[in-house]
Design a protein around this ligand. Sequence first.
Ligand code: CA
Ligand code: CA
Length: 376
Amino acid sequence: MICNSKCFQRVTSGGKVRNRRRIYALVVCAAVLAAWCGDAHAAAPPGRPVEPTEAEKAAMAELGKRLKAKIAWSSSRLSGKHDIFIMNADGSDKKPLTKSDAVDWFPQFSPDGRQVLFARSKKPWMSEAYAYRNKQWDIYVINVDGTGEKKLVDDACWGTWINGGSEVLYSRNTGVYSMELEGGKEKLVLDSAGSLRGSQLQQPQMSPDGRNMAVTLRGRLRETGIWNFERKEWTKVGGGCQINWFPSGDRIYWMHPTGMGDSEVLSTAVKDGKPADPGAKYTDLKWVDLPGRRSHEYFPKVSSDGRWLVWCATIYGHDHDIYDYEVHCWRIGEGLDKAVRLTFHEGNDRWPDIYVMPEAKEAEKKAETGTEEENK
Ligand SMILES: [Ca+2]
Ligand SMILES: [Ca+2]
C-alpha cells in the first residue's frame, strides 16, 4: 500500500503512534539491509569546489617549482561514485582518469609511472569498509593518459605492483595472492588460516626485498603487523591500519587513532621483519600529525624516492567514503607547517599516490639547494 501524508492525517492518535513505529522499524530495516549490502550511503556527496586562499595558491605554486610529479587519487566529485583522478604536484591540471558507474579507488602508479592500478566495485556502489568481501571488487589498470583501461584480476582488492611491475599483489578476503602480468599465473602468497586465525588480510604491502609483508588484519584479529616468509612468523606492530614500507625497507609507517583530530601517522625502524625497538614508547613512534583543525589524517603514501609523503586529511568525521578529506603533500623531514594542501573540493578525496618524475629529480635538488642558499 502506498501511503501519503494525508493518509496519516486521517488516522487516530493511536494510529499515528503505530504508524510512526512502523516507519521507524522500516527505516531501521532499510539501514540494516543497506549496510549489509555495502551501500549504507548509496553514494558519496559529490560536493562543490572550494576557492583556495592566496597563501594556499602560493604554497602550491612554490611546491610546483620544487617537485615535478603526478599525483593520482580517488574522488567522489564527479558523480558521488568515486573515480580515479590525476593532477600535477602543484595541484594543477586535475582531471579524471576513469569515469565509471562504480567505485574506483586505491590507485597505485606502476614503477615506470605509465599506468595506474586500481580497485573497482562490481556494483554501482560499495563502501570501502567492505574491501574484504568476496565477489565485490575487481582490479583494473589504466594508462596515465586515460587510455587502455582493462580488468587485470577478478574478485580481488588492494592491488599493488611488485617485482618491478612484472606482478601484482592483492587480497581476496583471508588470502593474499600474486599474479604474473605475462601469462596471468596466480599464486597464493599467504593464507590467514593458522596463526592469523582466519583474519581478513587487508592492504598487503610487500617489503622492497620481498622477504616480509606488512598487513592490516580485520575480522578475528584487529591489528597491524609484519609477516616474515622465511620464518612463517607474524609480528604484531600495533593497532591502527594502512601499514606500509618506506622504499628503503628499513622503516614502516601506519595510521593510528591517536594524536590531534584523533589520527596520526606513526613510524618505526624495522630489522629482519620486526620493529627494531620493541620497547619503543608511543612518543618515539609519532611521525605526522598535522597542526591546525584539518588533522584527521589517513591514506599515507611515501614516494618511491623516499622524499615525499602524500595523504588526505579532514576537519571532522572519519568515514572514508563520504567525508571531505583533502590531498596534502609534504617534503619528509621539513616542518609539518610546510605541508601543502592540493585539493579544494567538498567531495570525498582519498588514497593519493605520487609518482616523482625521474628526470626532474636533479631540477628538484637544484631548486632546493637554491632555496637553502637564499635562506642563508
Ligand atoms: Ca592528526
Ligand atoms: Ca575533499
